[in-house]
Design a protein around this ligand. Structure first.
Ligand code: CA2
Length: 148
C-alpha cells in the first residue's frame, strides 16, 4: 500500500452480501462492491486494497496496517459498528482520513443499530445509500488526497 491506495475494509457477514435481505442490502455481491470501488478509485488515479473479515482482531490489524501513508480507509464494520471499542481505538490511532460506510440506513432500523462506536473517530459518513455509498466514500477520499 502507498499514498495512492484506498484501503476498503468490510466486516462480518458482508461476504454473504447478495444472498439474502435484498430489500435492505440490494442484490449486489461483495465482488460487485469491489468492482464499484476499483472503478471509482481508477477515475481519480487511485488504487484499492479491498478486504473482508468476520474477525474483529483481523479488522483491527488491517486498520493498524493502514494507519499512515495511504490515501485513506473506507470501513463498513457491519455488526462490529455497534459493539467494538477495539475497532474504535484502532481508528482513533489513524493518521489518514477514515470514512464509515453503511449500505442500509442504520438510523432507521432497530434501536441497537442507531449507535456507532466508530462514528466520531471517522471523518466522513455515508449511510443508507446502498452499495453506491462505497463509491461515494472513495470519491470523498480522493478529494482529500488531492486526486483528480
Ligand atoms: O448497512 C450496513 O452496511 C450494515 O453495516 C450491515 C451489517 C449490519 O449489522 C449493520 O447494522 C449495518 C450487516 C452485514 C451483513 O450483511 C448481509 C447482507 C446480506 C446477506 C447476509 C449478510
Amino acid at each position: 500500500m502507498d499514498a495512492r491506495t484506498v484501503l476498503v475494509l468490510n466486516g462480518p457477514n458482508l461476504n454473504l452480501l447478495g444472498e439474502r435481505e435484498p430489500e435492505l442490502y440490494g442484490r449486489e455481491t461483495l465482488a460487485d462492491v469491489e468492482r464499484l470501488c476499483v472503478t471509482a478509485a481508477d477515475r481519480h488515479g487511485l488504487g484499492v486494497d479491498f478486504r473482508q473479515s468476520n474477525h474483529e482482531g483481523t479488522l483491527v490489524d488491517w486498520v493498524q496496517e493502514g494507519r499512515a501513508g495511504i490515501a485513506g480507509i473506507v470501513l463498513n464494520a457491519a455488526g462490529y459498528t455497534h459493539t467494538s471499542v477495539a475497532l474504535r481505538d484502532a481508528l482513533a490511532a489513524c493518521r489518514v482520513p477514515r470514512v464509515e460506510v453503511h449500505i442500509s440506513d442504520i438510523h432507521a432500523r432497530e434501536d441497537f443499530r442507531r449507535h456507532s462506536y466508530l462514528a466520531d473517530v471517522c471523518d466522513h459518513h455515508v449511510v443508507g445509500h446502498g452499495v453506491a455509498g462505497y463509491a461515494e466514500a472513495v470519491d470523498w477520499l480522493a478529494g482529500r488526497a488531492g486526486g483528480a
